[in-house]
Structure formats: structure tokens, C-alpha cells
Design a protein around this ligand. Structure first.
Ligand code: NAD
Length: 358
């Protein structure tokens, strides 16, 4: 029986976006052939490239292609050239935020960790890294203080921190579901010793846990403690569940642990499991056009899409194993290069990973 094709909107964007996307798509084609599924790709302009072509960062036909797809594979947007535009017209604000809003992408999933082969690139001490570790940060993306009522007076300013029951319930469910597919542990991070919002959040997380996921281990940490523990005891974590504000800070802190932003992918999904998959880094204008960007974050975005979005677990695993093997074999782009390794270009890194998938 022929499987239905997975339809993917490809939005490569600006800077290194198109360079690393080429490698990610080559990897995607390789696993599709190997694991016998069909991919239907629609490539569209987004960000600065779209502003240059049609005057807006998220053109209507790009949005329409996303609506007609099963997932969005996003590169990165932005650059000096568009910085003089009003903030709402710039590539990042004009493209990414409307996409998140339009598809209600409330759950931001960010894997963090150190691979054994990259121990020397991480700022953490070897004795803390041990044999390497990995955990996932799940950040609520559409609520909290960013979206509460804002007030600005002559001598005061305020931003309302607000979460509604349904918003906490749906993100908590995703945390427990992710933990069930991983090491069965959720650490909820909040500030329940001070904030009413956090006390409410924690109560709902505990209710969902007791009613629907009692088999998953649940513990709680205050955000101030969590920011320290991820650095001193990273092996303790499996899935970290947290709100928008705390997740913003914690996920960037954890992105540094891996050694390079060029290794970090993320997914933002909605309640229908429709997702946008992208590298965590930006368009890296300082290295764009040189063929030296690390394509691994974009390739890992493909693996996340296959895993979370399509349930093609074997294909996702094959990509991750090929990346591990490539790194173990000493291949490094400049951002993760250490003495004694083989420095490669963006496309050579793609070649090395593809040959190990085959
Ligand atoms: P950046 O992530 O683009 O770059 C920060 C540093 O990381 C640079 O030194 C860059 O060379 C390096 N880097 C990033 N990705 C890399 C990769 N794959 N391989 C090797 N090195 C890599 O952040 P920035 O410089 O603050 O921002 C540049 C532009 O990107 C800005 O316009 C910013 O607004 C935009 N941006 C976009 C997104 C997005 O599209 N999601 C996210 C962040 C920043």
C-alpha cells in the first residue's frame, strides 16, 4: 500500500537559512527513500527575502502554503539590511510571530544537552558532563506576561502575568506525553513561593498529573534554583515544563550548554500536533554565504518533524544516530571545531551525515 505523502512547507528565509536548508532537505530525501515514505515539498519565501520580493515578511501565498501542509520547516530570518524597517515590518516580527499566532503554536519544545563527542565544545566541566546528557525544555509560548495587559503611566509601568486553566492543562499534557516517550520524568519550573500565577499553574499541573499521568514522575523547582541546577546537575532532568517568561530565559541558558547554537533545533506545535520546526539560532549574517555554517540544527529540525509531527520514529532515529556517528568520526564545522578534528564545510557535513544514514 502506498502511504499518503507528507506535505511540507519549506521556508528557508535569510542568511545561512537557505544554505543549511539544502543539507536538511538532502537528508530528508535520503531517509524518505530509505524508510519508504513520500515527501511533497512546497518552497516559499519568508522574512527579508520575501520583503525584497513582494514587500512583506509573510506573504499571503506563503501562509496559504503553510495552511495546506502537514508541517512547516523553517530556516531563519533577519539581517542588517532590514533593520531600518519599523519593528513590526522586520523579518522576525513580521514573519515568525504571525506564524506562531496564526497556527496557535503554544508548545515550544527545545532539546538541550551535550553529546559525548562534543564534550570539549561545552562550557560545562567534564566531570559534570560525564558521558553526556540530554533533556527537553517545554516552554509555553502564547501566554504569560508577554501577552497580558500592558500599562504605561508617567511614573509606572506594568505587564500582567496571566495564565488560564485551559492553557496550563494543554501544555502540561504535552509535557507528560513527552516524558512518557523519554525517561518518564517531568520537572515543573515556576515561582510558586511568590507568584499567584505560579501557584495556580502548579496546582493544575498536579491535577493533570494525578488524573491522567500518575505513572510519570513529577517534581517541582523554583526558577531561580532551576537556572543553577541545569548547570550543576544536568543529568537529573528529562522534561522541564515551564511558562513563557521563565522558559525564554532557561532555554537560552541551556542552548549554550551544547557548545554551539548551530547544534540546536526546536519545534513549536499546536493542539492538532501541527508544528513549525526550526534551528534555534538566527540567520548568522557574519558567516552567511561562506559555506561554513553548521547544518546540524536544521537537520535535527527535520528529525524532530519526523518524530513529533509524523511519527516516523525509525527515520528520525536514523538521522540522530548518523549525526552522532559523524561527530564521533571527527567531522566538525568551524563553530564546533576542536584540535585534532576534521574541519568541514556545510555541504561536507551534509555529505558525511547522509553517507552514514545510507
Ligand atoms: P545568530 O543566531 O544568527 O548568530 C549568533 C552567533 O551564532 C553568530 O556568531 C553566528 O555565526 C553563530 N551561528 C548561528 N547559527 C550558526 C550555525 N548554524 N552554524 C555556525 N554558527 C552559527 O544570532 P544574531 O547574530 O543575534 O542574529 C542575526 C539575525 O538573525 C538577526 O537579524 C536576528 O534578529 C535574527 N534571528 C532570527 C531568528 C529566527 O529566525 N528564528 C532567531 C534569532 C535571531
Amino acid at each position: 500500500m502506498i502511504k499518503e505523502a507528507y506535505k511540507i512547507a519549506i521556508l528557508a528565509g535569510d542568511g545561512i537559512g537557505p544554505e543549511v536548508m539544502v543539507e536538511a532537505l538532502r537528508v530528508l530525501d535520503t531517509v524518505a527513500a530509505k524508510f519508504d515514505f513520500v515527501i511533497e515539498k512546497t518552497e516559499k519565501l519568508v522574512g527579508g527575502a520575501a520583503i525584497d520580493a513582494v514587500g512583506e515578511a509573510l506573504p499571503a501565498d506563503t501562509l496559504a502554503a503553510c495552511e495546506d501542509s502537514d508541517a512547516i520547516l523553517f530556516g531563519s530570518v533577519g539581517g542588517e539590511k532590514w533593520n531600518s524597517l519599523p519593528p513590526e515590518k522586520r523579518p522576525e516580527v513580521g514573519a515568525l510571530l504571525p506564524l506562531r499566532k496564526h497556527f496557535d503554536l503554544f508548545a515550544n519544545i527545545r532539546p538541550a544537552g551535550v553529546l559525548p563527542a562534543l564534550k570539549n565544545s561545552s562550557p560545562l566541566k567534564p566531570e559534570i558532563i560525564g558521558e553526556g546528557f540530554g533533556f527537553t525544555i517545554l516552554r509555553e509560548l502564547t501566554g504569560d506576561v508577554y501577552f497580558g495587559e500592558k500599562n504605561r503611566g508617567e511614573d509606572f509601568a506594568s505587564d500582567l502575568m496571566i495564565y488560564r486553566q485551559a492553557e496550563v492543562e494543554r501544555i502540561a499534557r504535552i509535557a507528560f506525553q513527552l516524558a512518557k516517550k523519554s525517561r518518564n520524568k517531568v520537572t515543573n519550573v515556576d515561582k510558586a513561593n511568590v507568584l499567584a500565577t505560579s501557584q495556580f499553574w502548579r496546582k493544575i499541573v498536579e491535577e493533570i498529573h494525578a488524573k491522567e499521568f500518575p505513572e510519570v514522575e513529577l517534581n517541582h523547582l523554583y526558577i531561580d534554583n532551576a537556572t543553577m541546577r541545569v548547570l550543576t546537575h544536568p543529568h537529573d532532568f528529562d522534561v522541564i515544563l515551564t511558562g513563557n517568561l521563565f522558559g525564554d530565559i532557561l532555554s537560552d541558558e541551556c542552548a549554550q550548554i551544547s557548545g554551539s547554537i548551530g547544534m540546536q533545533a526546536s519545534a513549536s506545535i499546536n493542539s492538532e500536533n501541527f508544528g513549525l520546526y526550526e534551528p534555534m539560532g538566527g540567520s548568522a549574517p557574519d558567516i552567511a554565504g561562506k559555506g561554513i555554517a553548521n547544518p546540524i540544527a536544521q537537520i535535527l529540525s527535520v528529525a524532530m518533524m519526523l518524530d513529533i509531527g509524523f511519527g516516523e520514529l525509525a527515520a528520525a532515529k536514523a538521522i540522530k544516530l548518523a549525526i552522532l556517528k559523524t561527530l564521533e568520526d571527527g567531522f566538525r564545522t568551524g563553530d564546533i571545531f576542536t584540535e585534532g578534528c576534521k574541519k568541514v564545510s556545510t555541504s561536507e557535513m551534509g555529505d558525511a551525515i547522509i553517507s552514514r544514514i545510507k
